[in-house]
Design a protein around this ligand. Structure first.
Ligand SMILES: Nc1ncnc2c1ncn2[C@@H]1O[C@H](COP(=O)(O)OP(=O)(O)OP(=O)(O)O)[C@@H](O)[C@H]1O
Ligand SMILES: [Mg+2]
Length: 225
C-alpha cells in the first residue's frame, strides 16, 4: 500500500519550511509515520549536488541545460533512494520543493519546456505528489522574510534575483496550480503563521480522509465509514 506524498512549493520566504515542520508535528501527533525531506537534496547523492546547484557553479558553466540536468540527477537519486522506498513502506512523505520548482525556476530561466518535461519523466516517473501545497505570498513579503531569516549570510543564487523575477515566479506557481487543480491547492501564506497552519492541517486531513474512504470502498470495506 502506497503512502501519501505531499509537496510544498512557492517562492523564497513563503513559509514552506515553517509550515512543513508544523504539519509533520501534527501528523505525528496523529500517530502517522512521517518523513520530511527537501530539494535540492534529501539523499546523500542529491545533497552532494545541492551545493553545486545553490552556489551557482552549474550556471557559470555557460550551458543553460546543465542546471536542469543536475536538478534531475539529484531528484532521481532522491526519489529512488528515499521517497519511493518510504511511500512503498506506507509512510507519509512531505517534501520541501519538488518538480514544480523546476518547472517554474528553470522554465522561467528559458530552459526548453520539452527538456524539462523529459527530465521530469525520468526523475519523477510515477512518483507524482498526491497533494501539492502552493504557499502564495507577494514577492516583496517573501524576499523580506528570506532576508530577515538569512541575517548576515549572503543570499543564495536564487534569492539574489530581482524582485520582478520573484514576481514572475509567483505568477508561474499560480498558473501551474490552476492547470492541475486536483493535485495543487494554493494557500495564502501572507497571513499569520497559525492561520496558515490551520488551513493546511484542514486540507491535508480532508485529503487523507478522502484517500482512506476511497481505499476502503475499493476493498469493499464499509466499516470505516
Ligand atoms: N506566516 C508568516 N508570517 C510571518 N513570518 C513568517 C511566516 N511564515 C514564515 N515566516 C518567517 O519567514 C522566514 C521564512 O520562512 P521559511 O523559512 O519557512 O520560508 P521558506 O518558504 O522555507 O523559504 P525558502 O524558500 O527561502 O527556504 C522565517 O524567518 C519564518 O520564521
Ligand atoms: Mg525553506
Amino acid at each position: 500500500m502506497s503512502g501519501f506524498f505531499i509537496t510544498f512549493e512557492g517562492g523564497e520566504g513563503a513559509g514552506k519550511s515553517t509550515q512543513i515542520a508544523r504539519l509533520a508535528e501534527r501528523l505525528r501527533a496523529r500517530r502517522m509515520d512521517v518523513v520530511t525531506t527537501r530539494e535540492p537534496g534529501g539523499s546523500e547523492g542529491a545533497e552532494a549536488l545541492r551545493h553545486v546547484l545553490l552556489s551557482g557553479a552549474a550556471r557559470s558553466s555557460g550551458d543553460p541545460d546543465l542546471e536542469p540536468i543536475l536538478f534531475a540527477a539529484a531528484r532521481a537519486d532522491h526519489v529512488a533512494s528515499l521517497i519511493r522506498p518510504a511511500l512503498d513502506a506506507g509512510r507519509t512523505v512531505i517534501c520541501d520543493r519538488f518538480h514544480d520548482s523546476t518547472r517554474v525556476y528553470q522554465g522561467l530561466a528559458g530552459v526548453d519546456a520539452d527538456l524539462i518535461a523529459l527530465l521530469e519523466k525520468l526523475a519523477v516517473g510515477i512518483t507524482v505528489p498526491n497533494l501539492t501545497i502552493v504557499l502564495d505570498v507577494p514577492a516583496e513579503t517573501g524576499v523580506a522574510r528570506a532576508r530577515e531569516r538569512r541575517g548576515s549570510a549572503g543570499p543564495d543564487r536564487f534569492e539574489a534575483d530581482d524582485l520582478a523575477v520573484h514576481q514572475r515566479r509567483r505568477q508561474a506557481f499560480l498558473d501551474l496550480a490552476q492547470r492541475e487543480p486536483q493535485r495543487c491547492v494554493v494557500v495564502d501564506g501572507s497571513r499569520g503563521v497559525d492561520d496558515v497552519t490551520k488551513e493546511i492541517a484542514f486540507l491535508v486531513h480532508d485529503r487523507l480522509d478522502g484517500q482512506r474512504l476511497e481505499r476502503s470502498s475499493m476493498l469493499g470495506d464499509d466499516s470505516i465509514i
